[in-house]
Write a protein of this length. Sequence first.
Length: 342
Amino acid sequence: MRSVVFPAFRVAAMALALGGTPAVAQETITLKVAHPLPETHYSWELGIKKMLDSITEATDGRVQFEVYPANQLGRDAYGLLRSGIADMAMIVPLYAPDKFPLTGVTEFSSFYDTTCEAAEKYWELARPGGALDAAEYGAQGLRVVFAMTTAPQRYMTSSKPVASLGDAGGLKIYAAGSALPRALRAVGSIPISITASELYDSVSRGTVDGALFPYSSTNAYKLGGKLRHEVGGVKFGVSSWFVGMSESRFAALPEDVQQAITAAGLPVQQSFCAWTDEDDENIRQSLIASGELTVSELPEAEVQLWRERLLKAAQEWAAEMDAAGKNGTELLEAMAQAGAGE
């Protein structure tokens, strides 16, 4: 096990310098944090780590963290929280659709155009008191303390440019999650379910024709120059993830620590999503400039056809959730309205 402990402020030393004793310092609280990422991943460095640093700073070093990256405590993050093995954990709902089916509402792109728009809407639904909290997270004893998304994903192909809905018909396209494959079927493509790490070889062999993918992840999977054509003017959905705690563990913390945790997430989300949008577009422009990417800009009438198909896919998803007793239409409306008053 490799643990990372964030440096504490020297509270006891300050007390001695002022003529006190170390006994006046409040006891340090150490929380265990589990996540699946390597320590160099930008979502750790610019997202989760910054949030944890903020909590440590806000509590004058009283709250410390032992961090277990790369699934060191196990792959079932939800189970780690339920069992108390971890106090905080990063959860990616698309990898546990049986536990988090309603989070699929965030994967439809009809209601946002940027990472920041998607992340703002997701946080509004996922935070304590939000629609997803009431319908899915809180009902399972979870409390979301940080919510984030990938950049919106683009329809990219390896060899065949796509300039119309007709061109998309029958193409085998990679997509993660449960909602994005539905969106692909809506535009006539065939969704392919493999892991992202298998995508490079699959594209190289021609067993898949392309992917729904954000540019901000293309470097990590060596896909720059492999996915050579983009459908311009249309963005598909995001993949969402969150850092959560069990409600019982959160409730057991002192009130000032609860307040520090509650306040830490949103400012980090806002800075991280802005970085993600900028990074995604910078990578895209770099690929265009190097000749590794061409963009088929769709005329406005064609863009509208794609968007109508994607909205219909979202509505069909909602109807299926309704039929299963899960209030999908209500959540879809909440997603559409989230952030409208801000």
